[in-house]
Design a protein around this ligand. Structure first.
Ligand code: ARG
Length: 462
């Protein structure tokens, strides 16, 4: 048998204990305590200001809520499963502290608008935290780029060596992704700017409330416009989890590269011992577990997104209890993306790039073949014909097991009269990257522009 419920009036039996356990969300939604109490304080002040309750009662409630906040923060408050969720637990704790006046707090509101306002404030808060982490990550990537404007490495398409690029260029490619991630997170914050409190259960309230006051007090731009939408809307939760999913996708792609680059076959990167792990049987092993876990946890955040989307899709207006299921996904997505950005940043910051192996890698796989074709095209050979000529040349090199730089002048001349001594200069892998000066290309001066633009962008964010 459970305790008497705050809503127990119309019931003749107590709730089955297993139902209490099944229904209850306090185990996880206690995370919202701060926003729940702040929302209640604003609500109580508004009720007092509007003479809906007396100003003495409002004051007692506000003081009591501040005490409850302290009790929760120092761990002396005890949550009760049969009080279901954070909203009713806070009310119960307040009642234990101040008695009768506490019973007036729930005037002109419902748990439906309460949970919506709490979740929105929480989402806005965690989105701001993720934004800060992304800014730090971008700073680390940009620093590595600045130090590696001339570090040549192979660029790949289809996982086949394609053209020489630089490590700086590769790093700045990710910076563009992280900047878009910040944009998505900012959009999530923007989508949390309307306040649902005061929407009641679904149809507003019969009291003369002042929603502009509570909106301002709680840091929202304005109150939501339609009460029914306000209590049914979890778009902002999805916005956050989607933004987190895309961040994870980006971290996962680089993690995959880290895993590949740290193989003996590639040898492009050496992870710091403090950010790698060993094997219980093979003494020589040093495994990129952190990168693998980030790649793995990406699936988990996608699960949070898909679960929440599926949970919402069949819900008629307005509030339905199904929506309580949004919280574990939201919390899990936040915990996961936050710890992954943190670990990823540290792992990259402490890693060493093996510049020799990278440069060596760019020498193989005929990465400068396009440059040979471009050389001919610049001498007037139509590019399509140049492509054909160089294709044959590459075949010749493969058959003779030589690189394009090892082809002799006579051999070049035999293939096309347009070739001259300057071909060797043109296809040197360092020059191949340097020549790609087009806007957005890997030439050091182009990448420097990306770095400068990024620094300016970061400045503008502050
Ligand atoms: N714990 C609930 C949730 O997270 C709060 C709202 C409950 N409202 C209700 N009418 N039962 O969704």
């Amino acid at each position: 048998m459970s305790d008497k419920k705050l809503w127990g009036g119309r019931f003749t039996k107590s709730t089955n204990a297993a139902v209490d356990d099944f229904n209850s969300s306090i185990r996880f939604d206690q995370r919202l305590y701060y926003f729940d109490i702040m929302g209640s304080i604003a609500h109580a002040e508004m009720l007092g200001k509007q003479n809906i309750i007396s100003s003495e009662d409002a004051e007692k409630i506000v003081n009591g809520l501040n005490e409850v906040m302290k009790d929760i923060e120092n761990g002396t408050a005890e949550f009760d499963i049969s009080a279901e969720d954070i909203h009713m637990n806070v009310e119960k704790l307040l009642t234990e502290r101040i008695g009768e006046p506490a019973k007036k707090l729930h005037t002109a509101r419902s748990r439906n608008d309460q949970v919506a306002v709490d979740s929105k404030m929480y989402t806005k808060d965690i989105a701001g935290k993720i934004k800060k982490q992304l800014v730090e990550l971008i700073a680390v990537f940009t620093k590595i780029a600045q130090e590696n404007l001339y570090t040549i490495m192979p660029g790949y398409t289809h996982m086949q060596k394609a053209q020489p690029v630089t490590l700086a260029f590769h790093m700045m490619a990710y910076v563009e992704m992280f900047k878009r991630d910040i944009h998505r997170i900012e959009n999530t914050i923007e989508n949390c700017s309307q306040m649902p409190l005061g929407s009641g259960a679904l149809a507003g309230v019969t009291y003369n409330i002042d929603r502009d006051y509570t909106a301002k007090k709680l840091g929202f731009a304005e109150p939501t416009l339609n009460a029914m939408d306000s209590v049914s809307d979890r778009d902002f939760v999805l916005d956050f989890i989607y933004s987190a999913s895309v961040v994870m996708m980006h971290l996962s792609r680089f993690s995959e590269e880290v895993i590949l680059w740290s193989t003996d076959e590639f040898g492009f990167i050496v992870l710091d011992d403090a950010y790698s792990t060993g094997s219980s049987i093979m003494p020589q092993k040093k495994n990129p577990d952190v990168a693998e876990l980030i790649r793995g946890k990406t699936g988990r955040v996608y699960g949070d997104l898909m679960g929440t989307l599926a949970m919402m899709k069949g819900l008629p207006l307005a509030y339905n209890k199904d929506m309580q299921e949004d919280k574990e996904s939201l919390f899990d997505a936040y915990d996961t993306v936050s710890s992954c950005i943190f670990m990823f940043t540290k792992m990259i910051e402490t890693a060493k790039f093996n510049k020799d192996n990278m440069a060596q890698g760019a020498e193989g796989g005929y990465t400068n073949a396009t440059d040979v074709a471009d050389y001919l095209a610049k001498k007037g050979v139509p590019f399509r014909s140049a492509h054909e000529i160089v294709g044959k040349l590459v075949l010749f090199c493969i058959e003779n097991n030589i690189t394009l730089s090892q082809v002799s002048m006579e051999q070049y001349k035999q293939i096309s009269e347009h070739f001259a001594e300057d071909i060797y200069e043109a296809i040197n892998t360092v020059n191949c990257a340097k020549q790609r000066k087009s806007y957005g290309g890997p030439a050091p001066e182009s990448v420097q522009k990306m770095i400068d633009a990024t620094e300016k962008y970061l400045e503008g964010l502050k």
